[in-house]
Design a protein around this ligand. Sequence first.
Ligand code: 6PG
Length: 466
Amino acid sequence: MQDKNTIGVYGLGAMGRNIALNIANQGFLVSVYNRDTEEGGDTLGDFLSQGVPVNLYRFSNVKDFVLSLECPRKVLIMVTAGSAVDEVIEQIMPYMDADDIVIDGGNSSYLDTQTRISKYPMRYLGCGISGGWYGALHGPSMMIGGSHSAWFESQEIFQAIAAKRDNQLACCYWFGEDGAGHFIKMVHNGIEYAMMQSIAESYDVLRRVEGLSNDDIASIFGEWNGKELNSYLMRISSEVLALKDDEGCLVDSVVDKSSQKGTGIDFSICSLKYGIPTPTIIAATAARFLSFSQHRKHIPFNQVERNDAKQAPSYAILQDVFNSIYCTYVVAFFQGMDLIQEVSKQQGWNIDLKEVASVWEAGCVIKAEIFKQLSKELTLGLSNQMVFCGLTEDRIHGLAKIIGTSATHGIPVPVFSSVLDYFYGISSSRLPAGLIQLQREYFGSHGFERIDNFGAVFHFSKGQGA
Ligand code: 6PG
C-alpha cells in the first residue's frame, strides 16, 4: 500500500462495516480493523468476501491499522457503548499523537464522552449516528460534538457520507464542545422511544377495540404514512406488521417484551436532573420496563377483548387514533427540544434548535414530516405557541376519546395518557401545586410563595399547621 489512508474504522459490526463501506464508496481511503481478527474470528473475512471497494484496506493488528493513517490520524470507533469504547481507546492510544482524532460513533452516554475528553490526550469527537445499518451505508444523520478543530479537519468525510436534506445540505452538524453530539443523539432516541410507543399503542387499540387484523392495521399505517404522519417509523411499522412466516403473522409470534440499550434511561435521568418535564419520553421508557416486569400476568383482571372483527373500522376511531399519534409526535418533539434548550444553556453549548431539527430531517429514525413543519416555527423560539399549532381542539379531543376508550377496554396507553396530561398541564391556568406546597410546609416547613407577593417565602403563621 503506497499512500496513507484517510480514516480508520475500528469495529465491523453491522453499523461499522456499513459506515466503512459508505466512506470508501465516497472515494476516501479507509483502513478497517476488527478485534476478532486477532482472536481468530472471521467477521472481517465474511465482510471482505462480500466484495468491497478497492480503497478499503484490512489490517490484522492494531499498530499497523493506526499507523496506516495519514496525520492527523482519524480513527472512527464503532463498538458497543460502554467499557468497550475505553478498551479500544487504550489499545490504539500507544500509536496515536495528541493531535490525532478519536471519533466515537456509538451510542455513548454524553457524560462518558465528557469524561473521555478530559481523560485521553488525543482530540476527540463524540458522534451520534442514526439510521441503523441501512442509514450507515446509504446516508445516516450525524450529531457531532467535541474538539472544534477536529471537526473542522474531518467534516469533509462526514458531509460526504451523511444523508442529504431536500435542499441537498448534509444531515451532520457540530453542536458544541465535549458531549454535545452524544447529548443530541440521546434526545433523538428519547423522542424515538415515544414515537415507537405511540404507534404500538395505536396498534393495540385498533386490534383490541376494533378487532382489526394485522394486515388491516398494516395498510392503515401505510395510508397514514402518506399523510401528515409521514415518518420513517410509521412506514417501517406498516411493513413489519405485514410480515408473515410459517405460523402466520410474525408479530403474533414475537415475545411481548421490548428491550432497550439504555439511551431512554439516560434521557429520563437527564431530564429529571435538569428539572425539565418530559413525561411522555419517561412513560415510553417505563413502558419497555413494564413489558419485562416479573409481576406481569399475576394479577387477574377481566379485560374486554373483542374478537368479532367489524366489517370496517369506524372512520371516527381511525381519525382519533391518527390524532393521538399526531399529538404524541408534537409533544415528544417539544419535550426533547425543551431539554436541549435547558442543558445547552447550562453547559454553555449554545445549541441552535433549528440546526437540531435540520439534522433530523433525513437519514435518522425520527425523521418525520411534522418535524419539518415544527422546525419552521422554532425561529420564533420554543415558547412560541405556534409550535403547538397542530394541536387543535379536534386532535386533543380525539386523543382524550382514545384514552377513555382504552380505559374501558383495559388497554394500557401510557404514552397517550402522558401526552394529554402534559398538554393539559402546561395549558392550565391554575394547577393544584399550591396544595402540595402547603403539605410540604405542614410537615417540613419548606415555605411557600403567595400570588399577591411573588418571590417572598412565607410560612404558616402561629396557630396554623401542626
Ligand atoms: C438510531 C437508533 C439506534 C438505537 C439502537 C438501540 O437512531 O439508529 O436510535 O441508534 O439507539 O438501535 O436502540 P434501543 O435503545 O431501542 O435498544
